[in-house]
Design a protein around this ligand. Structure first.
Ligand code: HEM
Length: 426
């Protein structure tokens, strides 16, 4: 039994999903689904059938429901679709034991260990470095009068930031940028290139971890890097193995890279297309003596309004269950549509409006429950620094393309622009 939409005289026809129009603006389709088929079974472009959960209340419940496993072994996948379940496809085999692919008790143990090393304090201490990186990237194009904000700014900032935080030496960071670029550009495309990049990254990380472990001083030095912190972290005498530490470093890169590119890209785009909101923010950062409270609520609102993660990562039913009155069978994949939930009028007042000062804003952009984003403090720091620096250093920043002509990267999980051409006074 499914709740496939039934044709009704007064109901507008079901929208087509995963088309070019949908990638450009999926929100009208999500509004239709929320209203007419809130838990909707659909065939994904890969051929896999999955349930889309679109209402806020159902989404929040599903994210916290431990009968929905993160372990792809629970997926009762038809043979023709095997290996096509999105992230990270064949890459799963190599770096399998990461947080987004496992359930308790393994998840609890690994998350506790990484949380000891990746602390909000470590992120706060990293703030000056993020500012320095941001300024350095801006310096490169500020005199030009034009730029592609994705290529020149949103893309390099998170990869250099996470490399620095992990302790990847500067001279190796451009390799990481290239491997990450391959993954982001071809996430759903030529597997060979992506698989090679992942293999190189894994080999590099294993070697780096091995070297750092051999050289680890007895006591942590101030400002010690995160990989050393991961090696050092212990819980009841237990440590991460080198393979686990490599998988952890990889998931930090993987989960913290494209997401943050999109936070900066989608965020800048939303500001450029909402001049009143942008002017308010700009005034608050400059004229009001640098009041950053609008920036703080604003980043959360940009996440809600057009967040980087359109669909939460894969979940699989481990037993028969019901979501929003819909029966879900064991083995069925369930995709929680964060972008739809965060525009649900049953939860948010005037949900399609961008309101940077929105306070009642418990959006699901970072997920919910035990897999809640581990990197949220870092993402907030990077988002705040990037957008505030852009608006203050390039005060007349403007879009140099017709919004209808902008291309969105068509991945299943993430939502982000391919390019964001801008102009400004040099
Ligand atoms: C998990 C969003 C940045 C590391 C998640 C989840 C979401 C999310 C929605 C949960 C996925 C699910 O339940 O299926 C975001 C957004 C970001 C961002 C919107 C940027 C704006 C980062 C950064 C890092 C990071 C910068 C680390 C450097 C992680 C990790 C998990 C995760 C490790 C898995 C946690 C677990 O399974 O316990 N993120 N993320 N994220 N995120 Fe983020």
């Amino acid at each position: 039994m499914t709740n496939q939409p039934r044709p009704q005289a007064d109901v507008p026809p079901a929208p087509e999903l995963f088309t070019w129009e949908f990638a450009t603006d999926p929100y009208p389709a999500y509004a239709w689904l929320r209203e007419h088929a809130p838990v909707h079974r659909t065939e994904l472009p890969s051929g896999v059938e999955a349930w889309l959960v679109t209402r806020y209340a159902d989404a929040k419940e599903a994210l916290a429901d431990q009968r929905l496993s993160k372990n792809p072994a629970h997926h009762d996948e038809p043979a023709h679709a095997r290996g096509k379940t999105g992230i990270p496809g064949e890459r799963k085999a190599e770096l399998m034991t990461h947080l987004l692919n496992i359930d308790p008790p393994d998840h609890t143990r690994l998350r506790r260990l990484v949380s000891k090393a990746f602390t909000p304090r470590r992120v706060a201490e990293f703030a000056p470095r993020v500012q320095e990186l941001t300024d350095r990237l801006l310096d490169r194009f500020a005199g030009e009068g034009e730029a592609d904000l994705i290529h020149d700014f949103a893309f390099p900032l998170p990869i250099y930031a996470i490399c620095d935080l992990l302790g990847v030496p500067r001279e190796d960071q451009d390799d990481f940028r290239d491997w990450a670029g391959m993954m982001i550009r071809h996430g759903g495309g030529p597997r060979g290139g992506v698989a090679r990049s992942v293999k190189k990254m894994r080999g590099y990380l294993l070697e780096l971890i091995h070297r750092k472990r051999a050289e680890l001083p007895a006591r942590p030095a101030p400002g010690e890097d995160l990989i050393s912190g991961l090696i050092r972290a212990s819980d009841h005498g237990e440590h991460l193995t080198e393979n686990e530490a490599a998988a952890m470093a990889f998931i930090l890169l993987f989960a913290g890279f494209e997401t943050t590119v999109n936070l900066i890209g989608n965020g800048a785009y939303a500001l450029l297309t909402h001049p009143e909101q942008r002017a308010r923010l700009q005034r608050s950062l400059t004229e009001d003596g640098g009041d950053h409270s609008l920036l703080e609520t604003g980043i959360e609102e940009l996440l809600r309004y057009d967040g980087p993660v359109e669909l939460a990562t894969w979940r699989y039913a481990t037993e028969p269950l019901r979501i929003g009155g819909q029966d879900i069978a064991p083995g069925d994949p369930v995709l929680v549509v964060l972008a739809a939930a965060d525009r649900d009028p049953a939860r948010f007042t005037d949900p399609d409006a961008l309101d940077l000062s929105r306070r009642d804003n418990q959006h699901l952009g970072y997920g919910h429950g035990i897999h809640y984003c581990l990197g949220a403090p870092l993402a907030r720091l990077e988002g705040r620094t990037a957008l505030a620096t852009l608006l203050t250093r390039l005060p007349d920043l403007r879009l140099a393309a017709n919004p209808a002509e902008l291309r969105w990267r068509g991945g299943l999980i993430m939502r982000g622009l391919r390019t964001l051409p801008v102009q400004f006074a040099p």
